[in-house]
Design a protein around this ligand. Structure first.
Ligand code: G1P
Length: 311
């Protein structure tokens, strides 16, 4: 296989075919990607990160309940007319800004794993480098700094190689992630990788550097995915395919040092909602006041709870 020469990174793939079982019953009829952080569906944060990173075409790989995602990024003539007539220009702007994005959809009919979902993008991507963006991981929700996807693209422009975003996670959590075995830094925060391993046992994890949901991949990944056997959880794992790709061309890891929000987790979802709410012009002041009051109340309750007597 010949590594692709550096080409402009124009395409993004967003897998959104998961069953969302961690958010049942909310996700019984709607895709988890449509659950809002205050007033914005989580998938919109991902799409915005892609656009801010210079991505021109986005493929969303959906499973069930894809209609609301498609409709969200389509125009809603009736609603727009109504808002226009009522002079609600700010709301109209919000509704209109999610249209006119080059979005494409494909359905993954069998949920066989993340690697299999990415393989569905083969025809869309063609022979170009591309990014994969996972919907459960939101980075930099308030839009400060260089988006992580753009950071990966900047790396690619220098190395012409696949680059996977990683981040230090608490050691006791490594079995929830793909984990890398770093083999020295080539420049600050950019690692050569000896091994990529999906969901290792905590005692066997090669490091605490976990794969977070942003990948820049060369198109050779598809050749590998086509013959990828199921791995952890009996699913076709993207990490396993990356591990094999790394044997034929260099794959780097880029350490992210910003804030990551795990909206695929109940606590992470609530935390993200609070943090985004604290920056939200309409509710920031009242939310701050509420949290201060609630904090006092909780502290008082904790102080009056009798302590356990240690024996
Ligand atoms: C997926 C990937 C895993 C990665 C994680 C990041 O796992 O398979 O390598 O570390 O996303 O969020 P999932 O969370 O879908 O089980």
């Amino acid at each position: 296989m010949n590594p692709t020469k550096a080409r402009k990174v124009r395409k993004a793939v967003i897998p959104a075919a998961g069953l969302g079982t961690r958010f049942l019953p909310a996700t019984k009829a709607i895709a988890k990607e449509m659950l809002p952080i205050v007033d914005k569906p989580t998938i919109q944060f991902i799409v915005e990160e892609a656009l801010k990173s210079g991505i021109e075409d986005i493929l969303i790989v959906t499973g069930k309940a894809k209609r609301p995602i498609e409709d969200h990024f389509d125009s809603n003539i009736e609603l727009e007319q109504n808002l226009r007539e009522k002079g609600k220009t700010e709301l109209l702007k919000l509704v209109e800004e999610t249209t006119d994005i080059n979005l494409h959809f494909i359905r993954q009919s069998h949920p066989k794993g993340l690697g299999h979902a990415v393989l569905q993008a083969k025809a869309f991507v063609g022979n170009e480098p591309f990014v994969v963006m996972l919907g459960d991981d939101l980075m930099d929700i308030n839009g400060n700094g260089t988006p992580l996807t753009k950071q990966l693209i900047n790396d690619y422009e220098k190395t012409h190689a696949s680059t996977i975003a990683v981040m230090k996670v608490p050691h006791e959590d490594v079995d929830k992630y793909g984990v890398i075995d770093p083999k020295g830094e080539v420049s600050k925060g950019l690692y050569n990788v000896e091994r990529f391993v999906e969901k290792p046992e905590i005692s066997e994890a090669p490091s605490d550097l976990a794969i977070i949901g942003r990948y820049l991949l060369t198109p050779e990944i598809f050749d590998v995915l086509e013959t990828q056997a199921p791995g952890a959880g009996n699913e076709i794992q993207l990490t396993d395919a990356i591990e094999r790709l790394n044997k034929t061309q260099r794959v780097f890891a880029h350490e992210f040092t910003g804030k990551r929000y795990d909206v695929g987790d109940k606590f992470g979802f609530v935390e993200t909602t609070i943090e985004y709410g604290l920056e939200h012009p309409q509710i920031s002041e009242s939310l701050k006041a509420y949290l201060i009051e609630k904090g006092k109340e909780l502290e008082k309750a904790a102080a009056s709870t009798p302590h356990k007597i240690e024996k």
